[in-house]
Ligand binder design. Structure first.
Ligand SMILES: *[C@@H]1O[C@H](CO)[C@@H](O)[C@H](O)[C@H]1NC(C)=O
Ligand SMILES: *[C@@H]1O[C@H](CO)[C@@H](O)[C@H](O)[C@H]1NC(C)=O
Ligand SMILES: *[C@@H]1O[C@H](CO)[C@@H](O)[C@H](O)[C@H]1NC(C)=O
Ligand SMILES: *[C@@H]1O[C@H](CO)[C@@H](O)[C@H](O)[C@H]1NC(C)=O
Ligand SMILES: *[C@@H]1O[C@H](CO)[C@@H](O)[C@H](O)[C@H]1NC(C)=O
Ligand SMILES: *[C@@H]1O[C@H](CO)[C@@H](O)[C@H](O)[C@H]1NC(C)=O
Ligand SMILES: *[C@@H]1O[C@H](CO)[C@@H](O)[C@H](O)[C@H]1NC(C)=O
Ligand SMILES: *[C@@H]1O[C@H](CO)[C@@H](O)[C@H](O)[C@H]1NC(C)=O
Length: 402
């Protein structure tokens, strides 16, 4: 207890901060300030040498308002605290910093000053309503792990991580991109080994943004990728794991399969929960699945269309199952057959008319003949009728017969 009093006293004497509730809760274990009297410092060291070794000549372990600090764990948490800016007085010992669930909208240049946070290695800024990350805001010499998930990033400066190369190794951008152009700013992360881009409604990935020579894990799951024809994985020579689950992939073409084959370290490709279209175009994918051991859980991949193939395992497909004249073609086929029928009928009609035209003289003659024949015939009838109808003529005829 005496040692503790001494330490709090030292912090107070340094005139840096009033005592905060978090300090009273004992979250900060050290506080030998530059203004502390030598005697007190010696007392502190004498009583708590093992604990204080880590503190060295550092500034007092002040903790910003609204944050919780633990110096032994080198951790500071400012969680769900209505912070609108990064606290300027973060303790310099911090290695692991959580500023999550706050209404931060902007990270200006120098939001995390490199000289005051030399050891900051893990930074969690998820769920903060962040829209812009400006040049130089994250230029931290020790930053290895950054979580920007659950923000609404519209712009991320290509110089956000400083002018030189950043040591960043792990970056999470789950559901973080409001504007997909942000991806283009990731090209300057030579040490990035893990990139999580899931849940971003991505329909395609710009070729240039995936030139990350050290990348080993890429998570593109839960997006809206409809195809990978335009996506180039060539710049990812170290890639080991690729998660493409929960997208809208219908087929993978030869060009993509060839890229997968050519990546030597790529051993874990996840393709589950996509909308595979099982027509003849999927043959190359099926052949690759059968021969390759790069795909995790390939037995569980199933067709989503056409209806006849719904739920059928991709691995169980063989060539004879695959139709490209899918039923949706039927109406158009019918339509073409109607058109064909119409053309044939029109041709027959035209030929008929032509024949009539060419034979017009013969037909005319024939018609005349028929008419004449009819007339003769009718005249004959007429004559006979007249004779039969006239009693005098009848008599005459009978007389003449006589
Ligand atoms: C959050 O901060 C804003 C201004 O910075 C203030 O108007 C608001 O009342 C605060 N909300 C809470 C819950 O503290
Ligand atoms: C960052 O914080 C969020 C919310 O607390 C958590 O879900 C997430 O796992 C953290 N990220 C990392 C990389 O630890
Ligand atoms: C998928 O992404 C959407 C949109 O970002 C998100 O709301 C949903 O929670 C994500 N689902 C999973 C399983 O992560
Ligand atoms: C791939 O992503 C899905 C959905 O986000 C997740 O459930 C699964 O665990 C991931 N698999 C791997 C190997 O990372
Ligand atoms: C793929 O690239 C071609 C031209 O290179 C373009 O016409 C097409 O729209 C692209 N597709 C997607 C999904 O971006
Ligand atoms: C895809 O490649 C295989 C050989 O690797 C070849 O047999 C097949 O015809 C190719 N498919 C297309 C559509 O070019
Ligand atoms: C296709 O697979 C079925 C079983 O799924 C099998 O009965 C059939 O003989 C196979 N056809 C060919 C041509 O391999
Ligand atoms: C493929 O088409 C033929 C007729 O063209 C049909 O009999 C067969 O059922 C179809 N198969 C599938 C799997 O759709």
């Amino acid at each position: 207890p005496r040692g503790r009093d001494g330490r709090w006293g030292a912090a107070g004497h340094g005139g840096r901060r009033r005592v905060r509730p978090s300090l009273l809760r004992g979250k900060v274990a050290c506080g030998a300030g530059p203004g502390a009297m030598p005697g007190r410092g010696a007392l502190c060291l004498g009583l708590l040498l093992p604990v204080l070794l880590g503190c060295g000549s550092a500034q007092p372990g002040a903790c910003p308002a609204l944050c919780e600090c633990s110096e032994p764990a080198k951790t500071v948490k400012c969680v769900n605290r209505n912070l609108t800016a990064v606290p300027p007085d973060l303790p310099p010992y911090v290695r692991s910093l959580f500023i999550t669930g706050n209404p931060l909208t902007d990270l200006p240049a120098g939001a995390f000053p490199a000289q005051r946070l030399p050891d900051l290695a893990s930074l969690n800024l998820s769920g903060n309503h962040l829209r812009t990350v400006e040049a130089g805001s994250l230029a931290l010499p020790a930053l290895r792990q950054l979580d920007l998930s659950g923000n609404a990033l519209v712009s991320l400066s290509p110089q956000a991580f400083g002018e030189g190369g950043s040591p960043l190794e792990e970056l999470a951008l789950r559901g973080a991109l409001r504007d997909h152009g942000v991806l283009l700013s990731l090209a300057r992360l030579p040490d990035l080994a893990s990139l999580n881009l899931s849940g971003n409604h991505l329909r395609t990935v710009e070729a240039g943004s995936l030139a990350l020579p050290a990348l080993r894990q890429l998570d593109l799951s839960n997006n809206s990728l409809v195809g990978l024809r335009n996506v180039s994985f060539q710049g990812l020579g170290q890639l080991q794991s690729l998660n493409l689950s929960d997208n809208s992939l219908g087929v993978l073409w030869n060009s993509t399969l060839a890229q997968f084959r050519s990546l030597p370290a790529l051993r874990h490709i996840v393709l589950g929960r996509n909308t595979w279209v099982c027509d003849c175009a999927i043959e190359d994918l099926v052949a690759w699945l059968k021969e390759s051991n790069q795909v995790e859980g390939k037995e569980a991949l199933t067709c989503a269309s056409p209806d006849k193939m719904l739920g059928k395992a991709l691995l169980k497909i063989n060539g004879s199952d695959l139709n490209c004249s899918v039923p949706t073609d039927l109406p158009s086929q019918l339509q073409t057959s109607y058109v064909f029928l119409g053309i044939v009928l029109a041709l027959i009609g035209a030929i008929f008319l032509l024949v009539l035209y060419l034979n017009r003289k013969g037909i005319k003659k024939w018609m005349h003949n028929i008419r004449d024949a009819c007339r003769d015939h009718m005249e004959g009838y007429h004559y006979r009728y007249e004779i039969n109808a006239d009693p005098r003529l009848t008599n005459l005829s009978s007389n003449s017969d006589v």
